[in-house]
Design a protein. Structure first.
Length: 346
């Protein structure tokens, strides 16, 4: 088992060196520690058949994988994020999960996501190639970002088996048994997800697969102000009519999904203390909005408060006066300009 420790690096270069290490040994991402010079973290890495096992203990920090970190040429994988100790806040595909000890969620390496810990924490990451996971869990994108609670269903059984196997790997597990026990773990994991989510309606497999592809494309291009239903249909060589039918599987129009996801990401950054030095308009434009008045109006409809009040109520406000606070949430704001990505359905 490979072992790496942040404490082996000097304080002034620790954060940058650890980010480089994480990018090379796990996956490209931004690592932002709360205390850059005293940041502590440890990685232990091993393999269990086709599964790459990464056990990470770290202090207050965040991991953000954005569109710029994702290379479409790289092999896609999914990661089970199992909270071993402490708490972690994991977000992907518009879902935000507070993971407590024993809980886990599924992460798609091909889509942006974030993971934040506010205390001494430990997480076990089981990285599974897409072709392997899909044998056990069809359309895994549908459950990414949604968490399984340790007190429900078979979650505790998956957690116990995964931790036991991790301990055995550290002590030495014969290679001839690794693939076999990995299959047992995958079967139990798939059963746990089926126990929790199979009661939910699903469309035909071909339609569901298309829906997952389109949803992933939207997540990867959410910041693009030119992201429109017609552009998405063209990129996937679909008619807009068929695209509407594909997206109906999720119970939401494609334009509504784009708008909702942009508003959610804006709200996340507005309430994040790390972004208090950025104006609200800067955040809105960065997520593809091209009209501050439209953003303000739709934000208020979604969250029942103005962006400025949202920042204030979440404690992320700073001394800076936002450059369009006078218009955000104002009832006298200028008439909204149609939003490129979410103004209407195709």
């Amino acid at each position: 088992m490979e072992t790496y420790r942040a404490s082996n690096h000097p304080g002034r270069t620790r954060s940058a060196t650890w980010t480089e290490l994480y990018c090379s040994r796990v996956e490209p991402a931004d690592i932002t520690p709360a205390a850059r010079y005293t940041f502590e973290s440890e990685l232990r890495i091993a393999t269990l058949g086709p599964i790459r096992v990464v056990r990470m203990a770290c202090s207050h920090s965040s991991i953000d994988r954005t569109a710029r970190h994702i290379d479409s040429r790289s092999a896609r994988s999914f990661t089970v994020m199992l909270q071993v100790r402490g708490t972690g806040l994991f977000a992907q595909y518009g879902h935000e999960s507070l993971l407590r000890t024993g809980d886990f969620s599924l992460c798609d390496s091909a889509a942006p996501h974030s993971y934040r810990v506010d205390e001494e924490s430990e997480v076990l990451m089981l990285r599974i190639p897409e072709n392997i996971l899909s044998e056990y869990l069809p359309s895994p994108e549908n459950v990414c970002g949604r968490h399984l609670v340790t007190s429900h269903g078979l979650t505790s059984a998956v957690t116990a088996l995964a931790l036991s196997l991790c301990d055995r790997l550290e002590g030495g597990l014969p290679a001839e048994f690794c693939a076999r026990v990995a299959r047992h773990l995958m079967e139990l994991l798939a059963t746990a997800y089926a126990f929790e989510f199979d009661s939910q309606p699903a469309g035909p497999s071909v339609i569901s697969g298309r829906h997952a592809q389109v949803k992933l494309y939207i997540e990867q291009h959410l910041r693009d102000p030119h992201l429109t239903p017609s552009m998405i249909a063209s990129r996937h060589k679909l008619s807009t009519r068929y695209l509407r039918m594909v997206f109906a599987v999720g119970g939401e129009t494609i334009s509504a999904y784009i708008l909702r996801r942009r508003l959610e990401e804006c709200a996340r950054q507005i309430s994040d203390p790390r972004w208090r030095g950025h104006s609200i308009s800067e955040i809105a434009y960065a997520w593809g909005f091209n009209s501050t008045s439209h953003f303000a109006r739709t934000f208020r409809m979604r969250f029942k408060s103005s962006p400025r009040d949202h920042r204030r109520l979440t404690g992320a406000h700073g001394p800076q006066v936002d450059d369009f606070d006078s218009g955000v949430g104002s009832e006298t704001a200028a008439a909204p300009v149609a939003l490129n990505a979410a103004s209407c359905d195709p």
